[in-house]
Design a protein around this ligand. Sequence first.
Ligand SMILES: *[C@@H]1O[C@H](CO)[C@@H](O)[C@H](O)[C@H]1NC(C)=O
Ligand SMILES: *[C@@H]1O[C@H](CO)[C@@H](O)[C@H](O)[C@H]1NC(C)=O
Ligand SMILES: *[C@@H]1O[C@H](CO)[C@@H](O)[C@H](O)[C@H]1NC(C)=O
Ligand SMILES: *[C@@H]1O[C@H](CO)[C@@H](O)[C@H](O)[C@H]1NC(C)=O
Ligand SMILES: *[C@@H]1O[C@H](CO)[C@@H](O)[C@H](O)[C@H]1NC(C)=O
Length: 469
Amino acid sequence: MSLWPYTVFLLLFILLTSSNANNEQRLHLKRLQRTHQSNSPSCYSQKSKSENGATILEMQHKDYCSGSVTNMNRNHQKQLIVDDDIRVRSIQASIKNIISGKIETLSQTKIPISSGVKLHSLNYIVTVTLGGRNTTVIVDTGSDLTWVQCQPCRLCYNQPEPLFNPSVSPTYHKVVCNSSVCQTATGNSGQCGNDLQDCNYVVSYGDGSYTRGELGQDHLVLGSTSVENFVFGCGRNNKGLFGLASGLMGLGRSDLSLISQTFETFGGVFSYCLPSAEAKSSGSLVLGGDSNTSIFNNSTPISYTRMLANPQLVTFYFLNLTGVTIGGVAIQDSGFGKSGMIIDSGTVITRLPPTIYKAVKAEFLKLFSGYPFKQGVSILDTCFDLSAYEEVNIPTVKMQFEGGGEMEVDVTGVLFIVKSDASQVCLALASLQYDDEIGIIGNYQQKNTRVIYDIKQSQVGFAKETCSF
Ligand SMILES: *[C@@H]1O[C@H](CO)[C@@H](O)[C@H](O)[C@H]1NC(C)=O
Ligand SMILES: *[C@@H]1O[C@H](CO)[C@@H](O)[C@H](O)[C@H]1NC(C)=O
Ligand SMILES: *[C@@H]1O[C@H](CO)[C@@H](O)[C@H](O)[C@H]1NC(C)=O
Ligand SMILES: *[C@@H]1O[C@H](CO)[C@@H](O)[C@H](O)[C@H]1NC(C)=O
Ligand SMILES: *[C@@H]1O[C@H](CO)[C@@H](O)[C@H](O)[C@H]1NC(C)=O
């Protein structure tokens, strides 16, 4: 037997181990478990500040705020994944309806406004001031209308803050049904109330959650920036957020969204850094400012990719995913670059087209080997029992986008810890059911990343950042 193949193997081995430094990251499983057990504070009335012309709002994970991180048990984690599946299925269903012509665009369904969003899976909250009152809302890039629960209320879920009361806000006024605001907001399909005064709206979310009421306008203060006559939904009949926030902030791409309504103030630029629920830290939602300058605390340069135009799906932000690397190995698949992927703050787990997911999973299993397997949970099918390990090295996952944009998935975003004793830990990526469904970049993979949405220049930027406020 010749020694030659053996030498080649050795050489390869040395090459592989010497490049490991950049291609894997260390995850401390035991340290994560300890933070799960700490006491979480309540975090309503989150802070804000202004720097270099930008407004910075503190942003936190709702589980961290509500204390449910402390019961990070299997049922809670599993429910989160099941809810996430429902959100994605309803996004896919509304996309199909639009593409097949059943609904022409999401914006034309404004009354009733449909949304692919599953409310309960949305995770990140900020506090703004509406009509003079602090109001904590869920942040969502996957829908447009901002709304709050409104008094008098026919059906409201419990919320920690007092309900918004239009009659005590001197700056509140209704959007009247025959106004141009109502016409624009509702795509000329306005359903006037009995007195022909109210501009009624309904937003139905995919899981049976909904908000209905009438559109109003009031003074919105974001940090120290005032927005006059901000159009929002005064929700009289709401179901779905389960007492975690007073309403929702819509950061989608179309006319009604907060970003469109504040275009003159913030120039169509916003960004976020999503903290992980386990780390006791805050993140930030930054509105405005020069998208070039150093208001961010990023540790790598910002890389940009263009937003794809999708005239049919006006709410969502689409990007062109051109590649994925796992531990430095580029995944080969002809599915890359074929259709846009949605980048979403509300979906948790990233969904990849089936062929891409299969290739990613195979490479991950090659590099993350030797650990005992465990059965899957809902959409997560690649799971391990890591309870015997203090820490593990996991391959670095990078997503590459057209034009050189690159997002390196934070070490906390590669594995999903289903059981807090690490006896069930899964690869935090999932497959779509069909190749013609639209991929989604979820918030679990966006943690500790500065994600910049620059609508004016039609681009999205990524940089590594340890979220803080
Ligand atoms: C609103 O929140 C800010 C902090 O974010 C706090 O300083 C202020 O007192 C609050 N106002 C009211 C009326 O609660
Ligand atoms: C809306 O209707 C009111 C009367 O109900 C009328 O006075 C007003 O001029 C109308 N506005 C528009 C823009 O048509
Ligand atoms: C960012 O910088 C480039 C060149 O340095 C400039 O052309 C562009 O206008 C800047 N963007 C903003 C939002 O100021
Ligand atoms: C970056 O860090 C500095 C110092 O901690 C802080 O003042 C600033 O607000 C941070 N910027 C953002 C966008 O969080
Ligand atoms: C994505 O980018 C690749 C490489 O630049 C290009 O060939 C492809 O046409 C793009 N896909 C879309 C949907 O724009």
